[in-house]
Design a protein around this ligand. Structure first.
Ligand code: KG4
Ligand code: ZN
Length: 332
């Protein structure tokens, strides 16, 4: 099956063409430059830029794939969760493309697409596996039973891990998105310099909470400011990053142990974090489990993951009608 995937849930306009699950092209137009001066995503600006970018990005993906436009046999687009004004651009474009080409169309859950991104790699896990998705909008643990069925085990009660990285970067006066900048600074910092909290919830051990951590960072920054000395930015970044990584690793292992599953998949934008990757590799090795991580380009938002998830849906007959609509939030 030759499938076109389209992703516009947040601040990346992306399109990809896959043939039988193999990536022929994967084009991502990032809006980071548009939003960075505001320190976060401005939804209205995002949808306007998606409108400008969608046609050239899809054309580029088709051209790079070497496939003729008439060769596209199915279309998949992110249906949600995400920013409504952004989702509607890609979803409507995809519907129109499918209708004009008279090919099947399916709507993909963005979270499911992240969990399926591992199937773009050579080494793939066995079902069932534990999927930790850590991005700017989500921090959730899933038991993934097959390509189409996944059970939510736990999720964040407040900020997503990526959101915490972005907010801490803002507190430290660093540019958006905060994750990559904090990750780099942390390499030169002492991760035990500040004792930041690791929030655990006894009533829901697989749920996450990062808002207390963000507040703790803010208080320590204020404390350093009032003491008048230089701001230990690298130490704060490293200590904060370690606190996030510790909780993510601990809860992922707990999920795997309680579900008696030995394959773990780490995905989503924060999965590009080097410290998280090495900590997860070590923890998994010690516990005799197997870890699968998509390469960085498939961790951050892209359309290849949407196409691979969509391929399985279409193969299972799960097509969407032209009346289908986008959705902003979901917890399953
Ligand atoms: O999956 P993604 O591209 O978009 C969403 O669906 O949210 O994730 C973006 C998030 C941002 O919060 C960004 O700061 C974070 O992923 N991120 C990172 C790194 N690269 C991106 N966080 C920590 N370390 C990184 N290297
Ligand atoms: Zn995402």
């Amino acid at each position: 099956m030759i499938i076109l995937g389209i992703e516009t849930s947040c601040d990346e306009t992306a399109a990809a063409v896959l043939q039988d699950g193999r990536v022929l092209s994967n084009v991502v137009a990032s809006q980071i430059a548009v939003h960075s001066e505001y320190g976060g995503i401005v939804p209205e600006l995002a949808s306007r830029h998606h409108l400008q970018a969608i046609e050239p990005v899809v054309n580029a993906a088709i051209e790079e794939s070497g496939v003729q436009r008439q060769g596209i046999q199915a279309v998949a687009a992110t249906q949600g969760p995400g920013l409504i004004g952004s989702l509607v651009v890609g979803f409507s474009f995809a519907k129109a493309f499918a209708m004009a080409s008279n090919v099947p169309f399916t709507g993909v859950n963005h979270i499911h697409a992240h969990l399926m991104s591992v199937f773009l790699e050579q080494e793939v896990p066995s079902f069932p596996f534990i999927g930790l998705i850590v991005s700017g909008g989500h921090t959730s643990l899933y038991l993934v039973k097959n390509h189409l069925s996944m059970e939510l085990l736990g999720h964040t009660r407040d900020d997503a891990a990526g959101e915490a990285f972005d907010k801490v970067a803002k507190i430290l006066g660093l540019p958006y998105p905060g994750g990559p900048v904090i990750g780099e600074l942390a390499e030169h910092g002492n991760e035990t310099a500040f004792a930041y909290p690791r929030t655990r919830m006894p009533d829901a051990p697989l749920d996450f909470s990062f808002s207390g951590l963000k507040t703790a960072v803010m208080l320590s920054v204020r404390g350093c400011e009032s003491s008048g000395g230089p701001m230990p930015v690298a130490d704060i970044a490293a200590s904060f990053q370690r606190a996030v990584v510790d909780v993510l690793v601990e809860k992922t292992l707990l999920a795997a142990q309680s579900c008696k599953v030995s394959d773990i998949v780490l995905c989503g934008g924060v999965a590009a974090n080097k410290r998280l990757r090495t900590a997860m590799v070590d923890a998994v090795r010690v516990n005799g489990m197997r870890l699968f991580m998509p390469s960085s380009g498939f961790c951050t938002d892209n359309a290849a993951m949407v196409a691979v998830a969509g391929m399985h849906q279409i193969e299972a007959g799960m097509t969407a009608s032209m009346e289908a609509d986008v959705f902003s939030k979901i917890y399953n």
